[in-house]
Write a protein that binds this ligand. Sequence first.
Ligand code: ATP
Ligand code: MG
Length: 175
Amino acid sequence: ELVNFNEFFAYILDRFDMMLKKEKADAKDTDGKVVKNYRIKRIFTQKDLWVEIDTDKMTQVIDNIVNNAIKYSPDGGVITCRLLETNKHIIISISDEGLGIPRKDIKKVFDRFYRVDKARSRKQGGTGLGLSISKEIVEQHKGRIWVNSAEGRGSTFYISLPFDPNETGGEWDEI
Ligand code: ATP
Ligand code: MG
């Protein structure tokens, strides 16, 4: 499916904003319930970027990375989402101000069932499959996924996907 990636990415992040709003409203009704707060900041290119993707699968990838960013961040963390383009690729990045990933674990976080520090992860819940599935999906799209992180200072996950900068999504821009 050919999608305008700006809209596609924005729509996914809108859902996170709405989910948080709803959780906060629900928590007010059932007082005592604690909601993990976060703020999503968007830095997107203004250009339309038309990319051929499997929207369900790519939604799963972005959902997982944003969920991780929330899960492994302290309360009130800022999650910065960027979208930019190079000659032949779009690049998405998702940065958090969370726990970060120790250098020795960086290469392994995309492995099946791998979770950094069993003790810290157990409390959080999860299977350790999210990133390995994400990697598989990104590679099915001929893209790449990688991470930059410093322990205690946060992580940035990157995805690059091939795209054709001349693609206009079928609009009649030349008559
Ligand atoms: P699942 O996604 O299956 O529910 P999970 O979140 O533990 O479980 P992955 O998404 O594959 O599994 O992530 C693997 C591990 O990488 C996590 O357990 C965590 O230790 C580490 N990790 C992933 N994202 C972050 C992040 N943003 N900050 C710090 N650590 C992270
Ligand atoms: Mg996960």
